[in-house]
Each structure stands twice: as structure tokens, then as C-alpha cells.
Design a protein around this ligand. Structure first.
Ligand SMILES: Nc1ncnc2c1ncn2[C@@H]1O[C@H](COP(=O)(O)OP(=O)(O)OP(=O)(O)O)[C@@H](O)[C@H]1O
Length: 473
């Protein structure tokens, strides 16, 4: 291993090459660039033990080397150190080799003899990628690692998903800033709930004022948002404050912002730029300090490219962005939400909370819920109201097509229409069936034992005992 060059604060780049003349050239250029410290290695067989020390920000690696070649090493490096940017260096200046390296995961490709400018650009890019992936890692650790500062701000959102926990952490980070927040997510994922959590976490003393802008023509938008002066138009017998006035010192939540007319987009842009507005019929400037939170389930890339939404307004609105995962991307929430809303629905009609048959639980977890939580709430509430037996089954959820066939009949009993000989040529033992069911439940619940136990209709402890039974058998 050679000496270390330049300042100790700089990131460390490792150069692997069996040609020591080439090292001198590299060292000189990298050293004078002041971008990084340089270490060199000439034996490719030592590379993996060197990387195991996790000291390097980037790796420049020769492709053609005796014994262990670049093509032997690259797949291993990508698997073991996926965030380490690797640049391949070789004397073979053919495109197909370059394409091969990039396909195997190299971020760039340099040909020898070295072009100093090209080398510096490549080094700068590699260091930038390394910095970004390290920031990304730190952010991920932060978002998942530390507990929420004020979990009470999120109490009304039912979830056990890590993705939602990470979103809550992000909300705690951005909420105190006064800049706009843009919330995206499919219909029914809970954008309004998240907007109100942003307001709570912001600590703003004013009110949370929601406005759904879909279907508001420009005049209605102006009147609702900005208010009017008495006599502003025929029928305006009293002056009206407007929602932006009500949101003073608080948060204005603009839902379905993708549906805003062009004319209203201009008005909103002015409000965001100047924090000023006029009431209809008045030439007195009003000041606003309301924090704007907007939401949409529309495809903004498409709206922008079709010219249906102003780019300048979009960029102002999405100073901070929050993206809510769909329910099918956090299936672990499904049964939790079902049981919460079944409890609420039962209480609202004075019934006791019904149980869920095992195959219904399978079906619910298997279903995609295109309407997300809203669809789940509606389906569960309807099922609880119409059910009379106290056991919810597939029959109580009409029109829901499971992706996979569910074993069993609609009464919650296994058997019925199911042709067992198609699956088991020989009659299976109960133990075998149990093992298959437990494996399937663990698969569907991504290994979460609590949820798997719920799916199986047994306690977590029973599941644990049965699994231990298999292991010791
Ligand atoms: N995690 C959750 N916990 C409890 N209730 C939820 C959750 N997510 C959504 N809901 C409920 O689901 C319903 C739909 O949520 P919301 O209106 O916030 O959806 P949305 O994303 O704004 O939908 P749209 O894009 O159609 O306006 C509401 O009744 C909301 O309270």
C-alpha cells in the first residue's frame, strides 16, 4: 500500500492497477486536483480484504489484470458494497467492453492513456455519487432509527408500517419550516390526515383550514379563498372573510390542486410569491401568513408536460414533498385498519365487534384496494352493518375479487368446493397442512409473526410454539 496524499479531511479514493507507471500519472493528477486522498493497490487478489475496511469513497479499478480480473471483481463489489461507486479503467478502447462494465454496475469507464480532464470529471462525479449515497444512508438511518418527537401528532393515523413511520419522521423534520408542502398519493391513502398531521407538527397556533378546489370555477375559487367585500357582486349582501383569512397564523390545505383552473393558478401563484391578496370588490391589499399545504392524486409529470399546470406554481408548491405509499405497498396495515374500522362501525350501530374468518383475512390481505383506505373503510363498515352472524366472511364483502384462490367455503370452514386431490395426490397429514399454512401466512405477512398469527386465527405465542415444534422435529 502506498502513502496517503493531500489533506486528511478529504475522501479516500482507491486505485487498483497492476501497472505502477500508471499510478504515478493518476497520483499526480488526483493530487493536484485537491479532490481526494489517494491510495493505490497493485494486487487485485487483495482488493476485497481492503474494501472490507470500509474506508473508501470511490474505487478506480483496472479491468485487465493477472489472476483476478475486473470482471471477476465487479459483481462481488456490487453485491457487497452496493453504494461504492466503481470506475473501470482499461487500455481496451472498445464500446462493447464499456457497455459490459456499466451493465455490471460500474458508474463510468476510462480508457488509457489517461485524459486528465476526463479523469477529473469522472473523479468529481464519482465523489458526488458517493457523497449522495452516504447522505441517503444517514437520512434513512435517521428516518427509521430514532423515535418520533411527538407521536401524539400522528395518533389519528392507524398504521404499523415502517414506510409510514419514516414519513412521520420526515413530517417532523419539515413541519416547522414555513414553506409549502406538497402531498402526493393515490386516492384514499389519507392525504388530508397527513396534511392535518403536518399542521399539528408545525406548532402553528392558527386553524387548519381545508379547501377542496376540484370543481371550483375561477369566481368560486376567488370568492371562497379570498372572500369578498359587501356589494362586490349581485347577491353579495354581506362581506365574506374567505378561507385564507380564516387560516391566518395556521395552515391552508388545498386538496385536489391538480384540478385548479389556469386563471386560479395565477391567483394562487401571486399569493405564494407575495403573501398578498385582494378580496373580491376591494382594492385593499390583505396580507397572509398562512402556511400552504397542497395535495393531489394526479400525475403531475403529465399535467406539466401537457401544459395543464404551471411549472412555476408547481415548483413553489412542492418546496417540501411528501409521498404517501398506497395500501397495497404496506399490506401490514390492512388487518389493523380492518379491525379498527370494524370496531367503530360496530359501535355506531350498537353491535358487538364481529370476528373475521381465516379465509376472509387471507382475501383482504391479498386484495389490491385500488381505492386504498377509503375503500377499506367503506367495505368494512358495510360488512359490519349487514352481517348478522358475528363472523365476517367473504360473503360480507361482495365484488372483491381475490388475486389468488382462497381455500375453503364461505362459512369459514375449510373443505367445501376445494378439490384436495389436485393439490395433494396423497392424503396429507394435519401436520403437513399446518406447516404449509404457517409458511404461507409468514410469506404473505413478510415474516411478521404478529400478522401471520392474526391471519391464521391463533395467538402469536401459539404460532411460536408450533414453529418451534417444526424446528425440533
Ligand atoms: N391510516 C389511516 N388511519 C385512519 N384513517 C385513515 C387512514 N388513512 C386514511 N384514512 C381514512 O380514509 C379516508 C380517506 O382519506 P383521505 O380523505 O385523507 O384520502 P385522500 O388521500 O385525501 O383521498 P383523495 O385523493 O380521494 O382526496 C378518510 O376517512 C380518512 O380518515
Amino acid at each position: 500500500m502506498s502513502d496517503t496524499f493531500v489533506s486528511a479531511q478529504l475522501p479516500l479514493a482507491l486505485f487498483l492497477d497492476d501497472d505502477s507507471d500508471f499510478f504515478n500519472e493518476i497520483r499526480f493528477v488526483a493530487e493536484t486536483s485537491g479532490l481526494c486522498q489517494v491510495e493505490t493497490l497493485s494486487e487485485s487478489s487483495r482488493l476485497l480484504s481492503e474494501l472490507a475496511q470500509q474506508r473508501y469513497a470511490v474505487l478506480f479499478m483496472d479491468w485487465v489484470m493477472p489472476f483476478v480480473t475486473g470482471s471477476d471483481l465487479l459483481p462481488v463489489i456490487n453485491k457487497e458494497y452496493p453504494s461504492l461507486p466503481v470506475v473501470v479503467m482499461t487500455g481496451i478502447s472498445d464500446i462493447s467492453n464499456a457497455v459490459r462494465c456499466m451493465k455490471q454496475g460500474a458508474i463510468d469507464y476510462l480508457t488509457k492513456p489517461l485524459d486528465a480532464n476526463r479523469f477529473i470529471t469522472c473523479l468529481t462525479n464519482a465523489l458526488k455519487i458517493s457523497e449522495l449515497s452516504s447522505q441517503n444512508r444517514q437520512l434513512k438511518e435517521y428516518l427509521l432509527g430514532t423515535p418520533l418527537e411527538k407521536p401524539e401528532n400522528f395518533r389519528h393515523i392507524i398504521t404499523c408500517s415502517d414506510k409510514m413511520q419514516a414519513l412521520f419522521k420526515l413530517i417532523e423534520t419539515v413541519a416547522p419550516s414555513r414553506y409549502p408542502v406538497f402531498i402526493t398519493g393515490e386516492t384514499g391513502v389519507g392525504k388530508e390526515l397527513i396534511a392535518s398531521a403536518v399542521h399539528k407538527a408545525s406548532g402553528l397556533k392558527g386553524k387548519f383550514v381545508p379547501l377542496n378546489v376540484a370543481g371550483l370555477d375561477p369566481l368560486m375559487f376567488d370568492d371562497t379563498l379570498f372572500g369578498h367585500k359587501k356589494g362586490a357582486y349581485t347577491g353579495a349582501s354581506e362581506s365574506r372573510e374567505g378561507l385564507i383569512g380564516q387560516a391566518q397564523g395556521g395552515t391552508l390545505f388545498l386538496d385536489e390542486i391538480g384540478d385548479l383552473s389556469h386563471q386560479s393558478q395565477v391567483k394562487l401563484l401571486r399569493l405564494l410569491q407575495e403573501n398578498e391578496y385582494y378580496r373580491l370588490g376591494s382594492d385593499l391589499i390583505q396580507k397572509s401568513d398562512a402556511r400552504i399545504v397542497a395535495a393531489s392524486n394526479r400525475d403531475f409529470k403529465k399535467l406539466l408536460s401537457e401544459g395543464k399546470f404551471r411549472e412555476d406554481l408547481y415548483h413553489r408548491l412542492c418546496y417540501h414533498q411528501l409521498s404517501i405509499p398506497s395500501l397495497r405497498a404496506r399490506k401490514e396495515d390492512i388487518l389493523l385498519l380492518v379491525s379498527h374500522f370494524a370496531g367503530l362501525a360496530a359501535a355506531s350501530v350498537g353491535k358487538s365487534v364481529p370476528c373475521l374468518s381465516a379465509e376472509l383475512q387471507f382475501m383482504l390481505c391479498d386484495y389490491d384496494f385500488p381505492g386504498n383506505v377509503r375503500e377499506l373503510v367503506n367495505r368494512v363498515s358495510n360488512a359490519v352493518v349487514v352481517n348478522r352472524s358475528g363472523l365476517l366472511t367473504q360473503e360480507d364483502f361482495p365484488g372483491m375479487t381475490p388475486k389468488h384462490e382462497v381455500l375453503g367455503d364461505t362459512q369459514g370452514n375449510c373443505g367445501g368446493q376445494f378439490s384436495m386431490h389436485l393439490v395433494f395426490p396423497e392424503f396429507p397429514t394435519l401436520e403437513l397442512i399446518e406447516q404449509i399454512m404457517i409458511n404461507e401466512a409468514l410469506k404473505r405477512s413478510n415474516g411478521r409473526k404478529g400478522m401471520a398469527a392474526e391471519l391464521l386465527g391463533i395467538t402469536r405465542q401459539t404460532l411460536r410454539n408450533r414453529m418451534e415444534g417444526f424446528e425440533s422435529a
